[in-house]
Design a protein around this ligand. Structure first.
Ligand SMILES: [Zn+2]
Length: 63
């Protein structure tokens, strides 16, 4: 038999990688969740800012 099937598999992997490169943009704007990270302890706020950190009490002013 031949090795053509193996070569085909490598080609498919290459395609999957290029698709992966396009992935991150669906994560949205990082600023959205950055505003919810506590500046004092780094805890992720459970509520939308403005709010206060449930762990250290620091104020998250929001965007
Ligand atoms: Zn905190």
């Amino acid at each position: 038999m031949t090795d053509t099937a193996g070569l085909d598999g490598a080609d498919s992997l290459d395609d999957a990688e290029s698709l992966d490169d396009d992935g991150p943009r669906e994560g949205g704007d990082p600023a959205c969740w950055l505003a919810r990270v506590c500046p004092e302890c780094g805890l992720f706020a459970e509520q939308e800012p403005p709010t206060a950190c449930v762990r250290c009490g620091a104020v998250l002013a929001g965007p």
